[in-house]
Design a protein around this ligand. Structure first.
Ligand code: HEM
Ligand SMILES: *[C@@H]1O[C@H](CO)[C@@H](O)[C@H](O)[C@H]1NC(C)=O
Length: 479
C-alpha cells in the first residue's frame, strides 16, 4: 500500500516537473522567435513619408521595392505613429483576414474615424460591426441585385454615357464618379441624378475624400479641417432626408413604399439617428470612391489594349443581339452572366490597378508566423498590391492581360492570391455590386464608343489611386 502511494506521489512529482520544463522550453523558444527585420526610421513619423510616397499604381513603389529586397516579404517599420509589421506575404495576408476578431482586428488611424464617424463600418468592430454588415449585405443581396440594382445600374450608365459629346475632351474619372455617386445616392436615399441637391452633395464628397487621405491636422484651411466641415454638410443633407422620410412614414403620404436603404433602416433596424447617419455617409463613401476609380482604371488599361476592346465588343454585340431577339430593351440577369470575358477584364483591372492597396489591422495576441514573432499590440498592414504584382505569382505582372483569367488557362495561384476586396469577416460588402456596375457600364461603353486619351495621364497611388489629370479622354461613335 505505502509502496503504491509512494510511486503515485513520485509520478506526480515527475509529471509536474515535466510540465514545468516544457512550459519553460516553450517560453524559451518563444523568446528565440525574432521580430521580422526592419528599422524604426525617424522619431515619431518613422518611415511613414517613404511608405506613403506617390508612385505609379501599376508598380509596388520605390519604398516597397527597397524594403522587399533588403528584408523580404515580412518586415517591421514604424508607420502612422505606431510600431508596424508590413506583410507582402500572400499566406500571412490571408491568415490575418481570416482571423479577424480573434488574432487580429480592424484598426484604422483615428483620423479616419474622425471623418467617417465612430459608427462607420470601417472603424466598428465586434457585434456592432456585425449588425451594420448584415444591413449592408441585405441591401445588396443577390435578389436585390437581380431585380432592382441591375436595371438601376443600366439606367445610370446610359444617363452618363449619353451625355458625352463626341470629339471634345472630358475627365473620364469625373464621369465615373458621377455614375457611381448618382447610382448610390439614388439607392441609398432616393436622390435623383443631376438635381441641384445631388450635385451639391457630390461636390462635398470630393472635399471629403481629400481629408480622408490627408494628414489629420485640424486647423483652419487644412484638408482635414475642410473635410470635417464637409462631413457636417453631408450629414445635414442626410439628416434632412431622414426627417422628411420619417414624416412621410408617419403620415403615410406615399402609397407605395420607398425602396431605398434609408427606408429600410428606419423600418427594420433599431439603430439610433446618429448611427444611421454614419452608416449612410460611410456607405456612400465606400461605394462610390472605389468603384469609380476601378472604372476609370478599366477605361485607361483598355485604351492601350485594342485586342481586349475588340474581344469585349464581340462579347457584348452577341449579348445585344440576343436581347434584341427577345424584343427587350434592357439587360437581364442571364445577359449579365454571359459577360465572361468582361469579368476577366474586371479582375485584371483590379489586379494591376489595385484600388485598395492595403488595409489596417492590429495584433490582438502574440502570433508566430514563418519563425517570426508578430507581437501583440502592434499594427499590421496586409498589402495586397505587392502580392498582385509579384512576378513569382503572376507572369509578366506589369502587363494588362485579361486572358490570364480565362477559364481554361487560369491557375490556382492566380485566383488564390487575388484579394482586391479583402477577405474573411470583413470582405467587401459591395463586391458583387461593384462587378455589376463595371460590367454593365463597359457593356454600353464598348457598344457606343471608341475612345482615346486626350492628354497623357496615368494612375498614381497616393496610396489611394488617382489620375493626376482626371484621365482626359475623347470619344467617337462606334460604327
Ligand atoms: C471595385 C470596387 C471596390 C473595391 C476594390 C472594394 C474594396 C474593399 C476592401 C478591400 C474592403 C475591406 C476593408 C478592410 O478589410 O479593412 C472593403 C470593405 C467594404 N466595402 Fe468595398 N470595395 C469596392 C466597392 C464597394 C461598393 C460598390 C460598395 C457598396 C456599398 C462597398 C462597400 C463596402 C463595405 C460596406 C465594406 C465594409 C465591410 C465590412 O467591414 O464588413 N465596396 N471594400
Ligand atoms: C475573379 O476573381 C475572383 C476572386 O475575387 C474569382 O473568384 C473569379 O473566378 C475571377 N473571375 C474570373 C473570370 O477569373
Amino acid at each position: 500500500m505505502s509502496m503504491l502511494n509512494f510511486s503515485v506521489e513520485f509520478l506526480l512529482i515527475l509529471l509536474t516537473l515535466a510540465l514545468f520544463l516544457s512550459i519553460k522550453l516553450i517560453k524559451w523558444k518563444r523568446k528565440q522567435l525574432k521580430l521580422p527585420p526592419g528599422r524604426q526610421g525617424w522619431p515619431f513619423v518613422g518611415e511613414t513619408f517613404g511608405y506613403l510616397k506617390p508612385h505609379p499604381a501599376t508598380s509596388v513603389g520605390h519604398f516597397m521595392e527597397k524594403h522587399l529586397s533588403r528584408y523580404g516579404k515580412i518586415y517591421r517599420s514604424n508607420l502612422f505613429g505606431e510600431p508596424t509589421i508590413v506583410s507582402a506575404d500572400a499566406g500571412l495576408n490571408r491568415f490575418i483576414l481570416q482571423n479577424e476578431g480573434k488574432l487580429f482586428e480592424c484598426s484604422y488611424p483615428s483620423s479616419i474615424g474622425g471623418i467617417l464617424g465612430k459608427w462607420s463600418m470601417l472603424v466598428l468592430v465586434g457585434d456592432m460591426h456585425r449588425e451594420m454588415r448584415i444591413i449592408s449585405l441585405n441591401f445588396m443581396s443577390s435578389v436585390r441585385l437581380r431585380s432592382h440594382l441591375l436595371p438601376e445600374v443600366e439606367r445610370h450608365s446610359l444617363l452618363v454615357l449619353r451625355s458625352w459629346i463626341h470629339g471634345s475632351p472630358f475627365s473620364a474619372l469625373e464621369e465615373a464618379k458621377r455614375f457611381t455617386f448618382n447610382l448610390m445616392a439614388k439607392n441609398i436615399m432616393s436622390m435623383e441624378p443631376y438635381e441641384a441637391k445631388t450635385e451639391k452633395l457630390r461636390l462635398e464628397y470630393i472635399t471629403f475624400m481629400k481629408g480622408v487621405i490627408s494628414a489629420p491636422l485640424n486647423f483652419p484651411g487644412t484638408p482635414y479641417w475642410k473635410a470635417l466641415k464637409s462631413r457636417s454638410n453631408i450629414l445635414d443633407v442626410i439628416e434632412q432626408k431622414m426627417q422628411e422620410r420619417m414624416q412621410e412614414m408617419r403620415e403615410q403620404e406615399r402609397d407605395e413604399e420607398v425602396d431605398d436603404l434609408l427606408s429600410w433602416v428606419l423600418k427594420h433596424s433599431k439603430l439610433s439617428k446618429e448611427q444611421i447617419l454614419d452608416l449612410l455617409l460611410s456607405l456612400l463613401f465606400a461605394s462610390h470612391e472605389t468603384s469609380s476609380v476601378a472604372l476609370a482604371l478599366a477605361i485607361f488599361f483598355l485604351e492601350s489594349c485594342p485586342k481586349a476592346v475588340k474581344k469585349l465588343q464581340e462579347e457584348h454585340k452577341e449579348i445585344e443581339r440576343k436581347k434584341l431577339q427577345r424584343a427587350e430593351t434592357s439587360l437581364n440577369w442571364e445577359d449579365y452572366k454571359e459577360m465572361e470575358f468582361t469579368q476577366c477584364v474586371i479582375n485584371e483591372t483590379l489586379r494591376l490597378g489595385n484600388v485598395v492597396r492595403f488595409v489596417h489591422r492590429k495584433v490582438l495576441q502574440d502570433v508566430e508566423y514563418k519563425g517570426y514573432k508578430i507581437p501583440c499590440g502592434w499594427k499590421i498592414l496586409p498589402v495586397f498590391a505587392t502580392v498582385h504584382l509579384d512576378p513569382s505569382l503572376y507572369d509578366d505582372p506589369h502587363q494588362f492581360n485579361p486572358w490570364r483569367w480565362q477559364k481554361n488557362g487560369v491557375t490556382s495561384a492566380t485566383t488564390n492570391n487575388f484579394m482586391p476586396y479583402g477577405g474573411g469577416p470583413r470582405l467587401c460588402a459591395g463586391s458583387e455590386l461593384a462587378k455589376l456596375e463595371l460590367a454593365v457600364f463597359l457593356h454600353h461603353l464598348v457598344l457606343s464608343y471608341r475612345w482615346e486619351l486626350a492628354e497623357p495621364d496615368q494612375p498614381l497611388a497616393f496610396p489611394f489611386v488617382e489620375f493626376p489629370r482626371g484621365l482626359p479622354i475623347k470619344v467617337y461613335p462606334n460604327i
